[in-house]
Design a protein around this ligand. Structure first.
Ligand SMILES: Cc1cc2nc3c(=O)[nH]c(=O)nc-3n(C[C@H](O)[C@H](O)[C@H](O)COP(=O)(O)OP(=O)(O)OC[C@H]3O[C@@H](n4cnc5c(N)ncnc54)[C@H](O)[C@@H]3O)c2cc1C
Length: 558
């Protein structure tokens, strides 16, 4: 932890040097002594200390300075550091000003110049003040601080990214905390949010996830130009494949566009995954899987999106969004699925500002004692509603169908929860809000009755879309974009040479595609992105493990 600061200001250089020397001699081991000879320069420097979240223990300030009196300085300085002790250094003639200052700025003491000998006239006074300061001070948070608003999508994404990487941070809501507001104003004149303060003094303003990842020391670039196996996506399927590939000594790279864990990583409690009778949170499962994969030498890139895969002879070229290429022999599409976004007017603008897709658990606690809505009736929506009910005063679940499709244990839990109301046969019609979501309108499709209610937030869990864009046009997919593999590709017990309309080269080999191989040899698919998947963690993990075994087979044939 950085030493607390003793700030001393005097325009007379010889006095400043002398007080600095005395302060250093006695307080140097425990405090950082900062001498400055001008009030305004000192205020500017104070802003920097504030941005770095450093603590000031004591201001020792000359009263009579040309551009700004000591009292004026203290009035400004104590806005940011109200707990710091305030001492004026005065000449005999200034005592009246010092006395007035006691009321104006809550002065703790005024010291007469000269203060020699310091053992008698300086240290005992400051010792006592500093002891008192130590007892009452609340030391500042030393880690990363994210300052923003609840209605800023980029703030939400940054918080979510840090949370998903299990990197601790402090959230500063600039609408609720005036100090946070002035902290942000001090560094950013426009409305760009979030502003992220790092302990080393670095500040990022509305950073991309990649900039943030680089700053917090996550790997965003591959160490090698070539890998045996590249896995795209770090949900359960991708991580399972990576653990097996790493454990058998293959050079394996995992590329993740956001943070590891995928959809499962956002689950507050997975209760049906084998071996965890009381459930396991998605965070925990992800943390364990990531450390397991890394232990076996797997590299995991964060905040890197795969934009395309190309085929060059026996190489599969993985093209990243930042323009870099990585080459491999076998690639696994484990890119999963994501929720449909609402297509109604106003919904886009309110995304991250009250409307969240999937389990935005970083935001749940901000809706304490408020009315929130969940849209959807499957397992993920049910889990979301149960989790939100820990904070919100009421959670209303809107389900289009005539019953929830979630597993029985979740439906039972929903029905038992007094804070949760389920509205069946309900269609969401409209969302309204200026900066944040304020109201939603929905309709009962049986009775035709519409209702508009105040809504602090709405968490949407409807429909899933396979994330197969990186291979669309290259491998054969269903109409909805799910990737066909193995037996799905066999027509009349033969690889469908002519029927692979979306695969320009067709199937070039004598053998059939392997079980989880796509219509392009050497490109495999597993988990929620694959046609026929059943959208469960255990299935994704199982498919990831099988996909590795098949990639191993494939590599032997090269
Ligand atoms: C809230 C919630 C709760 C759930 N609870 C349960 C449960 O209790 N039990 C259960 O069995 N199942 C549950 N599920 C379903 C389960 O999580 C999924 O079936 C499972 O995560 C699918 O794993 P996956 O690896 O195939 O894909 P995903 O988990 O979707 O992971 C895919 C990953 O690929 C990344 N990606 C996508 N495109 C790219 C690209 N172009 N470049 C780089 N990376 C990319 C994504 O960012 C993502 O991290 C839940 C799902 C949700 C959303």
């Amino acid at each position: 932890m950085a030493k607390p600061v003793i700030f001393t200001i005097d325009d007379d250089t010889s006095v400043l040097n002398s007080i600095e020397r005395d302060l250093r001699a006695h307080y140097g081991p425990d405090y950082r002594i900062l001498p400055i000879n001008k009030g305004q320069a000192a205020l500017d420097y104070l802003k920097k200390l504030e941005q770095r979240n450093e603590t000031v223990a004591l201001f020792l300030v000359d009263q009579r300075m040309p551009e700004m009196s000591g009292t004026e300085f203290l009035m400004e300085a104590t806005k940011a550091y109200p707990q710091a002790k305030r001492v004026l250094l005065t000449a005999y003639a200034d005592t009246q000003a010092a006395i007035e200052s006691i009321n104006e700025v809550g002065l703790d003491y005024y010291l007469m110049k000269p203060w020699h000998p310091p053992d008698e006239r300086l240290y005992p006074i400051l010792d006592e003040l500093l002891e008192d300061w130590k007892v009452h001070v609340r030391l500042p948070y030393e880690g990363i601080r994210v300052a923003g608003t609840l209605w800023s999508l980029a703030s939400h994404q940054a918080k979510d990214f840090l949370t998903r990487h299990q990197i601790p941070y402090q959230w500063l809501d600039i609408e609720k905390d005036p100090n946070a507001h002035s902290l942000v104003e001090g560094v950013s004149s426009d409305t760009k949010l979030p502003v992220i303060f790092f302990p080393d003094g670095k500040i990022l303003i509305e950073p991309s996830l990649k900039e943030l990842a680089d700053k917090v020391g996550l790997q965003t670039r591959a160490d090698l130009p070539f890998y045996d196996i590249v896995v795209i996506g770090s949900g359960p399927a991708g991580l399972a494949a990576a653990v097996y590939a790493g454990s058998e000594g293959y050079k394996c790279l995992v590329i993740e566009r956001a943070a590891p864990g995928g959809q499962a990583g956002s689950s507050p409690k997975i209760e049906n995954y084998l071996g965890f009778p009381t459930g396991i949170s998605g965070d925990d499962l992800t943390r364990r899987a990531v450390s397991q994969a890394k232990r076996f030498g797997v590299e995991i890139l964060s905040a890197q999106e795969v934009s395309q895969i190309e085929v060059r002879d026996v190489y599969r070229i993985i093209k990243l969004g930042d323009g870099t290429d990585i080459s491999c022999h076998a690639a696994l599409m484990a890119t999963g699925a994501s929720f449909h976004t609402l297509k109604m007017p106003g919904a886009d603008a309110l995304t991250g500002a009250g409307i969240y897709y999937g389990a935005a658990y970083t935001e749940a606690m901000h809706y304490k004692d408020q009315n929130v809505f969940v849209v959807g009736g499957a397992n993920s929506a049910a889990q979301g509603a149960l989790y939100l009910s820990r904070f919100a005063s009421k959670v209303t679940v809107l389900i289009r169908g005539h019953e929830p499709t979630a597993s029985k244990y979740l439906v039972d839990a929903l029905n038992e929860n007094k804070k949760i109301e389920i509205l069946l046969n309900t269609d969401l019609l409209e969302v309204k809000g200026t900066n944040t979501l304020e109201q939603i309108t929905f309709k009962n499709t049986r009775s035709g009755e519409t209702q508009t209610l105040d809504a602090a937030a709405m968490f949407v869990f409807i429909g899933v879309r396979p994330q197969s864009q990186a291979v669309s046009g290259l491998v054969k997919c269903s109409d909805k974009g799910y990737i066909f593999t193995g037996p799905d590709l066999i027509v009349d017990k033969k690889p469908p040479f002519d029927t692979l309309r979306t695969s320009p080269q067709g199937w070039p080999l004598e053998r059939d595609p392997l079980l989880l191989e796509t219509s392009v040899p050497g490109i495999f698919a597993a988990g929620d992105v694959r046609y026929g998947t059943n959208h469960r963690v255990a299935s994704a993990v199982g498919e990831g493990a099988i996909a590795f075994a098949l990639m191993k087979e494939y590599l032997k044939t090269l």
